[in-house]
Write a new protein. Sequence first.
Length: 248
Amino acid sequence: MRVEGRIVQWDDAKGYGFIAPSDGGPKRFAHLSAFGLRPRRPFVGERVSFEAGSDAQGKPRALKIRSLEPKPAPAGPAPKAGSGRPARAAPAPRSGASSSSSRSSTSSAGGPSADTGGALWLVPGFALLVLLTDLAWPLPRGLWGVYMAMSLATFIVYFMDKRAARLGQWRVKEATLHGLALLCGWPGALLAQHLLRHKSAKPRFRRVFWLSVMLNILGFVVLFTPLLAPFLSGLPGPWNARGGGVSV
């Protein structure tokens, strides 16, 4: 049995929203995959019909959603009858404009991001920094393992969140992703953003992510290099227990 309703919430970047049934029942979760193939994206206020269903957790959601809005008008006006002139073909776009448009559409659809791909150099660059620091001021033995384990765990969490987004399931909180990146997992997060095309095009998320990366690297430099040696030399206890940044 199909039910009519209206889209009252829609997040186009995440691909889901909520539909309020016309009979006044509770709002139902709607994922982009339930709309099937259609010429335009869903929008707030759109009248739709759907089949009532539920997800794996038993929460109500809309299935097999169909739009009840009239189809959009054709792109161009039809030629006048009897004019005797053939319709003029639209000029072909120049190759440069076409490639630029293609790159823009790929990026907006969650495709490869120039920022993400270009920033991958930071992973081997940071590994080189850790190696040089270890040669100058020996690091704790488990530090390499901490970064590798946290990066692997962060990559797995990104993968699970990407899968949940496709299936319309509950997502991982962004605060959790940022916390993993801050706690030495940012190399894995950076690889996941590039390889999985996940969380690579949302400006607000990217700003907070890069802040967590800078804080982690700054923390590494402060703790394991002589950057703060002049300021920490007079402190008692473990701060003077290391060579280099925390002097003997």
